[in-house]
Design a protein. Structure first.
Length: 163
């Protein structure tokens, strides 16, 4: 098997018994740590990640910068992918294929991203078992503390089999 060029994936698979998915991502993905993302829930069914309200991350209208919101949502999608497919990391690397985000309302203060998997886990693993490179969407809603949806994002992921 080829050497894994994604050392954070190795860290995640080796640490799975000692830390939560959120703790592992916060410890191994520098951008998540830089933004101070808080991983509130990470299960195969749902991931919830919060971006604290920090003036250093504000845009020209005083809310979180679009780039920070993108990173928040993408991080939530990564958390659910690791939670759902962590047991596949010895044979495949998760990679984001594409992402699309829509900013719906002005975000102010703390914002939270909630990610859900767009395909059944078993279907994705069956494609991987068949030697294919499965793709699957993750849907993310970004909300303010009052519950208003400020953005929606879809990230399409793949599990690239190791060579």
């Amino acid at each position: 098997m080829a050497k894994n060029c994604y050392p954070w994936v190795t860290s995640l698979s080796m640490s799975a018994d000692q830390m939560s998915v959120g703790e592992m991502l916060a410890a191994t993905v520098p951008m998540a740590a830089t933004l101070g993302l808080e991983f509130l829930e990470t299960t195969p069914e749902r991931a919830v990640v919060r971006l604290p309200d920090r003036p250093a991350y504000h845009n020209h209208v005083g809310g979180p910068h679009a780039g920070a919101m993108f990173t928040l949502a993408e991080s939530a999608s990564g958390a659910i992918v690791i939670a759902a497919f962590g047991d596949q990391l010895t044979r495949a690397v998760p990679l984001a294929v594409k992402a699309e985000i829509g900013y719906k309302k002005l975000a102010m203060g703390v914002v939270t991203a909630t990610a859900t998997l767009g395909r059944p886990i078993a279907d994705v693993v069956a494609e991987l078992d068949a030697g294919e490179r499965p793709e699957f969407p993750v849907e993310i809603a970004i909300t303010r503390d009052d519950g208003a949806v400020t953005g929606e994002m879809t990230v399409v992921w793949t599990l690239r089999p190791n060579k």
